[in-house]
Design a protein around this ligand. Sequence first.
Ligand SMILES: O=P(O)(O)OC[C@H](O)CO
Length: 450
Amino acid sequence: MLSIFKPAPHQAPVDEAHVDPLYRRLRWQIFMGIFFGYAAYYLVRKNFALAMPYLIDQGFSRGDLGFALSGISIAYGISKFIMGSVSDRSNPRVFLPAGLILAASVMLFMGFVPWATSSIAIMFVLLFLCGWFQGMGWPPCGRTMVHWWSQKERGGVVSVWNCAHNVGGGIPPLLFLLGMAWFNDWHAALYMPAFGAILLAVFAFMTMRDTPQSCGLPPIEEYKNDYPPDYVKESAEQELTAKQIFMQYILPNKLLWYIALANVFVYLLRYGILDWSPTYLKEVKHFALDKSSWAYFLYEYAGIPGTLLCGWMSDKVFKGNRGATGVFFMVLVTIATVVYWLNPVGNPGIDMACMITIGFLIYGPVMLIGLHALELAPKKAAGTAAGFTGLFGYLGGSVAASAIVGYTVDYFGWDGGFIVMIAGCVLAVLLLLLTMLSENKHKAQLARNA
Ligand SMILES: O=P(O)(O)OC[C@H](O)CO
């Protein structure tokens, strides 16, 4: 472990009178840090796609550029898991900005050095590197949330934080337009978001903190008097080794396996709709470029109210049962996807409404799986647990959304592509049902043991 990443040491406890005001102030400040810090990761996650039309003009094929782009998803899926484990034993205040600066540096290199965009192999390697550094974003945010918000507050805080990626995902086209206006250079698609990300990395470093104890505060469970049913203070506050995390809390955790598998199919729909909507809307529904760009943008931004509603319903309506909430949202999103598929050409309003509805509904389950993973492991293993579900979501779902959906459409037409995505939705519902039933059993068992 690099010493700069070492968890911050515990400080002497502050006076009783200062605990509440300090906790309140730091929670706001830290939330700003992880929200804008994670949004910044999305500035340099998808921006390469904006440069692709200009690279096509230089003679690269769509397929080859798609292959280069897949380097990000492949590396990110593996890294979110591996760096998640490193992050569980690291200070998020250093870990998150470090990954962000490294990912942004790759984009600066691609933007300023012509050699970096001179061949598909070089672009694949650089995008793979960027994807790897991207894996240093989610886990430190997860570690921060489980240390600063108690279990009862987590549905709310995770759902608000989860909107960061929608906020960040919508900004790169705007920074690109600004860069084009200033420099009249398409490489601005690469370096403008990178500059934005570096500024936000500095902000994240200034605002984030490691554990409450590293600021002289008591653990969150004590401050909120909100203890998980199996909480034992001494062990809950001990940092764990990678072996302990994997062997005790990740691999034997049946519920974690269910949600990780469900995540494959949730991500298949998330990225299947997102990545293919410009092509589908243009080729099948005859949308012009500006209209399909709006549909893409609205899909992302509809995710914000949808995620907030899902977090609220999960806590208040479904009483913390993440599996049941996931089933509810996935059934609705399956219906919206069927309508999007079967809606005849010539009804663009319905297509647009379907894109908004799918965006509104799909990001809730995406958030719930992350949240549930955080809850299924002790807080010292939270990043690894979330990384485990991300591994399945990206290596399985996101890669399948590009490759399997793409090839199915090539061989069987768009009907085939939609059947794959809808079958994925059905499998996600079944796996979340299984999660819901196991969750009920697990809670009943804990209640009996209490
Ligand atoms: O796809 P990720 O890893 O960026 O995660 C997105 C959401 O934050 C999941 O909770």
